[in-house]
Design a protein around this ligand. Structure first.
Ligand SMILES: Nc1ncnc2c1ncn2[C@@H]1O[C@H](COP(=O)(O)OP(=O)(O)OP(=O)(O)O)[C@@H](O)[C@H]1O
Ligand SMILES: [Mg+2]
Length: 210
């Protein structure tokens, strides 16, 4: 079970982890992109935090929608619209609820992931956000469906996300700026897969501390 407060804590912790890893994300993007992913994400989550006060008494759908809109409006490039779509579609899945069952948590993350995949026209193996996000969210769903506690299920999801990040290293990028490098994109960790891992890590931390 997740409360509206847990969601707020998730978003705040995401902003903290993104800020702490800003230079790391930018360094990863320097190798195969244009060295802006850390700055993009940090700018986006700073805008998210600035808007959070205005919606923190509202239902979970409204909070997630506000996060999505802040990201879309403040992050240029590929990642803003993609993460923005993730949060907007997640918001649509939960609607006006004030709390979510464990199954609803897995389902809203799946809905957001499907939204992001449709928007980015991508699939696992393309060396993108999807490579950590999708297998992690599927892992969460499987563990929750098996009756496992949300904290343990989320722990497994984060482990799977971390593995997904590592799995991007040998891949040749097929989407985004990194794809312009062709074979030369192989041998580098994907920045977007890494930021998705951080956002899932933030959810685990938010759940653990409730
Ligand atoms: N179509 C896509 N679907 C999912 N993720 C994508 C897609 N295209 C790019 N990405 C992710 O976006 C990350 C780059 O985000 P960044 O904020 O640096 O945007 P950008 O520099 O404008 O984008 P890009 O470098 O992809 O042109 C990549 O590491 C990759 O994970
Ligand atoms: Mg970039």
């Amino acid at each position: 079970m997740l409360s509206q407060n847990d969601i707020i804590r998730w978003i705040k912790t995401s902003a903290t982890l993104i800020a702490e890893n800003k230079d790391h994300l930018t360094d990863l993007d320097r190798a195969i992109g244009d060295a802006d992913h850390g700055n993009n994400m940090d700018r986006g989550f700073k805008k998210v935090l600035a808007q959070l006060d205005g919606v923190k008494e509202k239902d979970i759908g409204s909070i997630l929608k506000s996060v999505g809109m802040a990201l879309i409006s403040s992050v240029g490039g590929a990642a803003g619209p993609l993460y923005g779509t993730f949060f907007m579609q997640a918001a649509n899945a939960v609607n006006a609820k004030q709390e979510l069952s464990d199954t609803e948590v897995a389902d809203f993350l799946l809905a957001g992931t499907h939204g992001l995949i449709n928007r980015g026209k991508t699939k696992p193996g393309d060396k993108t956000i999807v490579d950590s996000l999708q297998p992690a969210v599927i892992t969460l769903k499987e563990h929750i469906d098996a009756g496992e506690d949300i904290i343990e299920a989320m722990r497994q999801a984060v482990i799977r996300a971390e593995q997904g990040v590592q799995e991007t290293i040998p891949l040749v990028a097929r989407k985004g700026r990194a794809s312009y490098l062709g074979e030369r994109s192989a041998g580098h960790q994907d920045p977007g897969a890494t930021s998705a891992y951080l956002i899932l890590q933030a959810l685990l931390e938010a759940i653990k501390s409730h």
